[in-house]
Design a protein around this ligand. Structure first.
Ligand SMILES: C[S@@+](CC[C@H](N)C(=O)[O-])C[C@H]1O[C@@H](n2cnc3c(N)ncnc32)[C@H](O)[C@@H]1O
Length: 278
């Protein structure tokens, strides 16, 4: 994260969700009528110019290695996993929330909703949501996962242990050091939270394809959010167990592609887990 600046990757994924709304409803991976509110002037112009998402999908598949498809489908998988989980939940935590609008898109019933983010991104989100002029159901908490203890922040915000709680941790683990990923998950299991997260596996392709796969994350490094922690899905079970969870479900790019209403080739390195505290 660049000091004092809102996350650029949070805007990138909001841009893809906004772009997705150009598809007819029955061909869309997801509905997010709010995503465009979070775009800067530059991305709004890009959104207006790109009336052909087909062209974007083609370039995502070739140049982007399916990163956009992966991002949209992981959002969908997490929505569905929450909706199918045996609720009701009394507290919902959205960690590294960025411009995620689940608080408005999904039905959380009477649950208290907490969004946790780096201060600069969370602050910009709060201002944009206020400008919508709608009641905002979210308690917002500022935390830097790399340096701060999540437990203290949750206590400060009035989060209560012993209540049925769900977390979404989407598109964040790969930007953090392993110690920060481990400590965040340990706190979540110790507070009895069930939930979902996604992770990145290191690219293993040989030759030129592998070189390109290893180089693409460097682009993210240029915008100040370098990819750090990576782990393969085969190690998911052991990793979860060490941190006080069992794996209820695991999804790779193959599972994600089945959720798409149109042919999709999501990035092969992303994968997800539904975790239940042991
Ligand atoms: C790719 S965005 C994902 C945003 C959102 N979860 C979504 O899927 O739309 C990454 C998010 O992680 C947050 N983030 C990155 N590093 C962080 C850190 N050290 N502490 C807290 N939040 C962090 C950023 O502010 C940003 O909101």
């Amino acid at each position: 994260m660049k000091e004092g600046q809102p996350s650029t990757t949070a805007e990138a994924v909001a841009f893809w969700r906004a772009l997705e709304q150009h598809y007819p409803a029955d061909a869309r991976v997801l509905d997010d009528p709010w995503a465009h509110h979070f775009l800067t002037r530059y991305s709004r112009t890009l959104l207006k110019l790109n009336r052909s998402p087909w062209l974007i999908s083609r370039s995502d598949r070739t140049l982007g290695l399916g990163t956009m498809a992966y991002t949209l489908l992981r959002h969908r998988w997490m929505d569905l996993t929450f909706e199918r989980a045996s609720g009701p939940f009394e507290q919902v935590l959205i960690l590294g929330a960025g411009y995620d609008m689940r608080a408005f898109r999904l039905n959380f019933g009477d649950a208290q909703i907490f969004e946790i983010d780096h201060p600069a991104t969370g602050g910009r989100k709060a201002r944009k949501v206020a400008a919508l002029g709608r009641p905002d159901p979210v308690h917002r908490i500022s935390v830097d996962f790399s340096t701060e203890n999540l437990s203290h922040a949750l206590e400060r915000a009035g989060f209560q242990s012993g209540r049925r709680s769900w977390f979404f941790w989407e598109g964040v683990s790969m930007y953090l050091p392993e110690a920060a990923v481990r400590s965040t998950l340990s706190v979540l299991s110790s507070w009895g939270c069930e939930g979902v997260l996604d992770l990145f596996a290191p690219p293993e392709h040989p030759g030129l394809a592998g070189f390109y796969r290893r180089t693409l994350p460097k682009v993210v490094e240029i915008i100040g959010e370098p990819v750090d922690f990576m782990i393969r899905p085969e190690h998911g079970d052991a990793f979860a167990r060490e941190l006080g969870f069992r794996v209820q479900a695991l999804a790779t790019h193959r599972d994600l592609s089945l959720l798409s209403p149109r042919p999709a080739a999501p990035n092969e390195n992303g994968w997800l887990m539904h975790l239940v505290p042991t």
